[in-house]
Design a protein around this ligand. Sequence first.
Ligand code: SF4
Length: 409
Amino acid sequence: MDVSANSLTARRLTRQIAVGSVKVGGDAPISVQSMTTTKTADVEGTLEQIYALAANGADIVRCTCNEQAAAEGLAQIVPRSPVPIVADIHFHVEMALAALEAGVNGLRLNPGNLRKPEEIKLVASEAKDRGVPIRIGVNAGSLHPDIYEKFGGATPEALVESARIELAYFEEVDFHDVKISVKASSVATMIGAYRLASATFDHPLHLGVTEAGPLPGGLLKGTAGIATLLAEGIGDTLRYSLTADPVEEARAGRQLLESLGLRERKGLDLIACPSCGRAEVDVIKIANEAQAALSELNLPIQVAVMGCVVNGPGEARHADLGIAAGKKRGHLFIQGQIVRVVPEDEMVAALVDEAKKIAAEGVEARLRAKDAGAEAEAAADRALLLDDKGLDANHASERIERIRHRAEH
Ligand code: SF4
């Protein structure tokens, strides 16, 4: 069963800001972010990655602005990017000012390493004049030493205190276009910090577990932190920080939001049974092949790959389309109704073909076009399999006889 957004705690209302064309906070859809790994001065390479990120679900992309050449690159990247661009700033106030000059749609400042109040206020004033929002991006690993000492470590309270101090500088210059992140690589610390931030600020929150690491552990850590908070109604935008191709970050963010019912499905949702002793095919292989072939179609469709016809079509009846294996054949089903029986080696091709037809003609038309004998053929396969592997395989009637005999004597 799909988890609907209604099953989650109601989203906490934050004030809304605009990062270029993307609204963040308030009732805006929760957005997905990622960050380029190219040198920002490499305009073509960076744009290529930005396009790949956007195609895989990123709504906003961040690029580092660590040197003059990067700022000059941003001036060329921003007008050609399909999504708003945020400049990531550490240490150098002049890079923040240069990024604003380049026309970026947002800045990220790390309060731990851009520390002089006068410089922070100068950037905030410039951003205010240009209508550009800033993320206060607190990171447990680069917390200001004074705060670290005061709280005895990078605790949730310390992270929120760092954001609060930065926010106070912004408020001094009447700048309020702010979102906040309080990331840590410890999932427990991060969850605590965001809960506290949510209770402390009404600014939009950017969620993330920082330095989560390579796949698959990084995905698990990111999901453990981000999903827990989203389920509590906390969070307006998010980024997975993976040691992987950033396209994986965009995909993960998008998939997480879709799986929680917080964003409409844009692409394929492949569900597959975990396989068991009943499986009639190599479910893992077929599921991987189907995933590869169907992903290319870029259709917002849920497709099921099930290892056997006994339980498969019923368990996956909510899927738009699916296939279940039985007796060297595949039962193709649409919303639980068997529409065709195909040879085993044509299972993936049949899924792809039917997915295209559903996209072109709609589910109702494809149900009307089902093979007349498909249901009966499928029922016969199911009966055969139950004979082979069902109750009779346990010689149930003989056992029952013996149980009764025992009871009588
Ligand atoms: S669908 Fe069939 S093969 Fe897959 S887990 Fe269920 S019973 Fe096992």
